[in-house]
Write a protein that binds this ligand. Structure first.
Ligand code: PLP
Length: 413
């Protein structure tokens, strides 16, 4: 290819960070007009009603009390054993699949998504994903030269669109022998949608029927928001990933970012689930190699926090209380938003938990622009708007649906 100091495969235009851009504009507006006047629905972090980032006391007291040598030292390349064991238990709760389970520490859930795309796909193979998705999936597929194919997420009745998923899976497997099926559930970003247990049965039936000899399917469960997605029963579906055929391998991208309000500590894990011990071990070997090549190892303090909390009954209780309190905060905000939206016929995708609610609309970018005139800063994606219940107070959640509806009507009349 042409002369360039940047190698062919590494040549990308500057990544436009839409969320960061709107967020900066919002900050300026807050400075100018005052916090009370502005609705900041841009951020993907938990924010209290006064606009401050929520950082759990249990987590940061644990960090403050940590021996500096444990912070400064390297962790194991694959992650510390105690961390991985406790993380696996925490992730699955009482619903651990009956299978061979291995885990590799990763820099947040991002690292686990990255490892799955790298380990289970060759160049040109497909990752398939619903069309309401976290944009970093696409960025990673571009980086590693994997194809990224989306399908309509929900059907007309707002159920998971099994038919479109099946078509997409068939397309990918007709073209190639390997596929990664990305599912960001429960509490999907950007919609708050969760796939029900009975739908999981249907999805797995489809996947099993396509797992013929010579085809390899990775089910990637991105559960970044799982701890905010229900009272614990949202983890039941994990049991379904027991005893799957050997050419189906499941990975779970677990993240400490949201569940421990530890976004910047960059800790998580890729949990591998397989009915074949050798395959689980070889996936682990591949990912450990990737760790060495890409990260060396992850933040030791992040791993230690999880271990220290899980091993201290009192701290564990106080962490669980904080988590529950904030889950309920989100639930309350979302309830208010959903109720108001219903009253004025503002259509949004079904919300079951997590940080966001999505409003489908035409011309979302223009609508988002129009909303700035109404002092609301909100992220637009291809299909609509992403309202951040994680960042907007209950009081403002109550007035937001009306503002959004007005802006949609004004832009699309
Ligand atoms: N998956 C989804 C859907 C997300 O929204 C995020 C973070 O925003 C992540 C994964 C990974 O986050 P992290 O790498 O911080 O764990």
């Amino acid at each position: 290819m042409g002369k360039d100091i940047i190698a062919d495969h590494a040549r990308w235009p500057r990544l436009e960070d839409e969320i960061f851009k709107v967020s900066e504009e919002c900050k300026r507006a807050i400075k100018e007009k005052g916090r009370d006047k502005i609705i900041n629905s841009t951020l993907g972090t938990l924010i209290d009603d006064d606009g401050n980032l929520i950082a759990f006391n249990s987590v940061y007291d644990t960090l403050k009390n940590m021996d500096k040598k444990s912070i400064a030292s390297y962790g194991a390349i694959e992650g510390d054993e105690a961390y991985l064991d406790l993380l696996v238990d925490k992730c699955f709760g009482p619903y651990k699949p009956k299978a061979y389970i291995k885990a590799v520490a990763t820099a947040g859930g991002t690292g686990a998504v990255r490892h799955s795309l790298w380990t289970f796909l060759n160049q040109g193979d497909y990752a398939i994903c619903p069309n309401w998705y976290w944009p970093a999936y696409l960025t990673m597929c571009e980086e590693f030269d994997r194809e990224f194919k989306t399908y309509e997420f929900l059907d007309e009745d707002f159920n998971f669109n099994l038919e479109e998923f099946t078509k997409s899976l068939d397309f990918a497997l007709e073209k190639r022998d390997r596929v990664v099926c990305i599912f960001n559930s429960p509490a999907n970003n950007p919609t708050g949608f969760s796939i029900e247990d009975s739908m999981w049965d249907k999805i797995l039936d489809v996947i099993k029927s396509r797992a013929v000899d010579g085809k390899y399917i990775n089910i990637l469960l991105d559960v970044a928001y799982i701890e905010f997605a229900g009272d614990g029963s949202q983890k039941k579906f994990f049991q379904k990933f027991s005893s799957l055929p050997e050419n189906i391998i499941t990975t779970v991208a677990y993240s400490m970012s949201k569940s421990y309000t530890a976004y910047g500590l960059r800790a998580g894990a890729c949990i591998i689930i397989s009915s074949n011990e050798d395959m689980a071990n070889r996936a682990f070997d591949s990912m450990k190699h990737s760790n060495r090549a890409n990260l060396s190892n992850i933040t030791h303090a992040g791993m230690n926090i999880l271990v220290d909390i899980e091993n201290d009954e009192e701290m564990k209780k106080s962490y669980e209380n904080e988590l529950e309190l904030n889950r309920l905060l989100l639930e309350k905000r979302a309830k208010v938003f959903v109720k108001k939206a219903k009253e004025i016929d503002l259509i949004h995708l079904p919300y079951f938990g997590g940080f966001f609610i999505s409003i489908p609309c035409n011309n979302p970018k223009e609508v988002s622009k129009k909303l700035k005139e109404k002092n609301m800063y909100i992220v637009a994606n291809k299909n609509g708007l992403r309202f951040a219940v994680c960042a907007v107070s209950e009081e403002k959640c109550e007035i937001s649906p009306k503002l959004i509806k007005e802006a949609i009507d004004e832009v699309n009349r």
